[in-house]
Design a protein around this ligand. Structure first.
Ligand SMILES: Nc1ncnc2c1ncn2[C@@H]1O[C@H](COP(=O)(O)OP(=O)(O)O)[C@@H](O)[C@H]1O
Ligand SMILES: [Mg+2]
Length: 204
């Protein structure tokens, strides 16, 4: 049975998910919580191998194959790592989960959202987050914050793709229980303050 809380950090590339996840983990550890920090795609040996394949620039993968690779990674990750940690009472923080698949493969690539919802339900074994924080930033920061970074296959998509995804995230926040928009243009410390307030609000 699930005893721990499941927190998902969402949003486009470079919006600050990893930065906020590290700060949040430290905060939870200070509070004496037993925590697990993980990410998608990946999170286990098998899932990380799928991640490498799906993010490698220049690899030819059709949108539908891409969707199934993400869901395969999720199925492995959820069963092997996330569910056992939640059953052991850990607070699990995961960078990206089902909303990312809707944003990229659904709103971005145009695959029917109903298909994605169905596959998400299968891959997650019905697990849903207790809290989803969606970090959205102005597009100008995508270039600014990514200046020195290597761009993976999905980060090489253009502005129009990123705008479709952004609208997708906004739509999903409206219809997803316990999902919140976090303004990722702000200073790192101010964002973290808001993140902690939202956890408190949800007794996490
Ligand atoms: N609020 C912020 N303001 C300015 N720079 C930031 C902010 N948050 C993150 N960064 C920087 O932007 C880059 C991408 O952040 P990162 O946390 O890796 O994003 P993500 O995990 O969402 O891809 C990093 O260089 C990070 O230091
Ligand atoms: Mg990251």
């Amino acid at each position: 049975m699930k005893k721990g809380k499941f927190i998902v950090l969402e949003g486009p590339d470079r919006c600050g998910k990893s930065t906020q996840a590290k700060l949040l983990i430290n905060y939870l550890i200070e509070q004496g919580k037993d925590v697990l920090l993980t990410r998608e795609p990946g999170g286990t040996d098998t899932a990380e191998r799928i991640r490498q394949m799906v993010l490698e620039p220049g690899v030819n993968i059709t949108p539908m194959a891409e969707l199934f690779l993400y869901e395969a990674s999720r199925a492995q990750h959820t069963q092997e790592k996330i569910l056992p940690a939640l059953e052991a009472g850990k607070t699990v923080i995961c960078e990206r989960y089902t909303m990312s698949t809707c944003a990229y493969q659904g709103y971005g690539r145009g695959i029917d959202l109903k298909i994605i919802d169905t596959l998400n339900k299968i891959a997650t074994l019905g697990l849903t987050p207790d809290l989803t924080l969606v970090f959205l930033m102005s597009d100008k920061y995508f270039t600014e914050r990514g200046e020195y970074l290597f761009s993976d296959r999905l980060e090489q998509e253009d502005l129009a793709f990123r705008q479709k995804m952004r609208q997708g995230y906004l739509d999903m926040i409206q219809r997803t229980p316990n999902a919140y928009l976090v303004d990722a243009d702000k200073h790192i410390n101010d964002i973290q303050v808001q993140v902690r307030q939202l956890l408190n609000k949800h007794q996490i």
